[in-house]
Design a protein around this ligand. Sequence first.
Ligand SMILES: Cc1cc2nc3c(=O)[nH]c(=O)nc-3n(C[C@H](O)[C@H](O)[C@H](O)COP(=O)(O)O)c2cc1C
Length: 328
Amino acid sequence: MRTRITELLGIEHPIVQGGMHFVGLAELAAAVSNAGGLGIITALTQPTPELLAREIARCREMTGRPFGVNLTFLPAFAEPPYAEYIQAIIEGGVSIVETAGRNPQAHLPALKAAGIKVIHKCTSVRHALKAEAIGCDAVSVDGFECGGHPGEDDVPNFILLPRAAEELKVPFIASGGMADGRSLVAALALGADGINMGTRFMATREAPIHDNVKRAIVAASELDTRLIMRSLRNTERVLKNAGVERLLETERAKGDGLTIADIFEQVAGIYPRVMREGEVDAGAWSCGMVAGLIHDVPPVKDLIDRIMREADGIIRQRLSGMSRGAMA
Ligand SMILES: Cc1cc2nc3c(=O)[nH]c(=O)nc-3n(C[C@H](O)[C@H](O)[C@H](O)COP(=O)(O)O)c2cc1C
């Protein structure tokens, strides 16, 4: 399939794997890129820029195809050395960066000077327009249903994507709630040029995370996510579990007086315990409502081939069979 995104990124299928903390390691990124999508390594999962350089080199050994690096500018307890991470990305010869969180403007000159294509991931039309105005090559638009940080506007993709299409000139990728060929065709119909998936790629054979996490996603329904940190305006959609119930209890007890210090223990340091050790009830970890559409743990290539086959079938048979000409 050819879209503005496949052309821009030099990939076969318009499917991107979003950056994911403690999930976006070389194994998953390489598997997605080898299957014709765009795999993305998550920079800040690597504790130092040197280790990111090593992860990029490891990924390059596993794939000859383009892959990207995610650079997340979230409110952090200690500001990471972003300029040094960017240096590792440039020296590693990476040609695509997914930025997320705060405005990436301060770092764009270094990335653009190195010829890197920048996709900024955001959750509102106004932030998408800002990203376009400051020179990002594309944007990923994350709807309210997404795993991770959906922002504070609560606009789901059935509204957000066509609104983005009305306003943007640069290509954009639909993110949040994407799982299969139906999602891809729907996203294209709403004006997007491709899809970005997070949660769906966690439940794949190559995702370098504990099987307990994959099993928890397959077992979850679309009703099983919770929103945390709303009153801190740092909302995160996570899978409900015993640790999250405790955290929400603290949030309810503290009300508007909640500070990050009140829940620090329940959110900091959870990812390695969940993703490596399989302690899925340890605390908050991101997961999208799309869990309700995930019923298996296939190899990445099978998943991507299935999405493309299903999308093709929907376009050629279901939709063209319904169009007026075909009915006549
Ligand atoms: C476990 C997990 C960790 C994530 N970590 C990050 C991250 O570090 N940086 C980021 O920009 N997005 C992160 N995301 C968001 C994804 O890149 C993607 O935008 C989101 O998952 C899309 O929604 P979906 O899960 O419905 O596909 C994370 C998502 C998940 C599920």
